[in-house]
Ligand binder design. Structure first.
Ligand code: SF4
Length: 157
């Protein structure tokens, strides 16, 4: 099974924030640059992470992004399910619905496989993801030259 880029980016952002020093609240533009992703994509996923209570995003002076306690302890499976949404592995009911969909054993088998995939991630927490060697990689990410970003109306920027 393949995760969407949205989910992968969400997990990357959370891992980055999980290693931030106490009181360090990077902005969304800084996080996007560090993770080498587009700012637009980063803000979309950060907005979703904030809705889920995984990230605390504040605007203005003293604002920025921080991981919440829920974010640290959440399971990767829990978070991946919410970032992925309710979509199935294959699209059976799309613009050209599959004629087998009224009674397809493959569909139910794929649903079980999808659930098993997420269940295998339920035993892993975000904290687990940021242990060695990932922690050192995250801490060694090149910081943007200008980290003194101005705050704007964008979430957590
Ligand atoms: S064969 Fe089954 S799983 Fe595949 S598209 Fe058709 S209904 Fe869905």
């Amino acid at each position: 099974m393949q995760l969407t880029r949205f989910t992968d980016l969400g997990l990357r952002v959370v891992m980055r924030l999980a290693v931030a020093a106490e009181g360090d609240r990077p902005g969304s533009r800084q996080v996007a640059e560090e993770l080498a992703v587009s700012y637009t994509h980063a803000t979309k996923v950060i907005t979703r992470l904030a809705e889920l209570g995984i990230v605390d995003a504040r605007r203005g002076r003293g604002g920025g992004l921080a991981i919440t306690e829920l974010g640290r302890t959440a399971s990767v499976g829990w978070l991946a399910r919410r970032l992925e949404g309710d979509g199935e592995v294959v699209e059976c009911d799309g613009a050209q619905p599959c004629p087998l969909r009224s009674g397809c054993r493959l569909r139910s088998a794929l649903r079980r496989a999808q659930e098993a995939f997420f269940a295998s991630l339920d035993t892993v927490t975000i904290d687990d993801l940021t242990q060695s060697p990932t922690r050192a990689v995250l801490l060694g990410l090149p910081r943007p030259a200008d980290t003194n970003f101005q705050f704007s109306s964008a979430i957590g920027e």
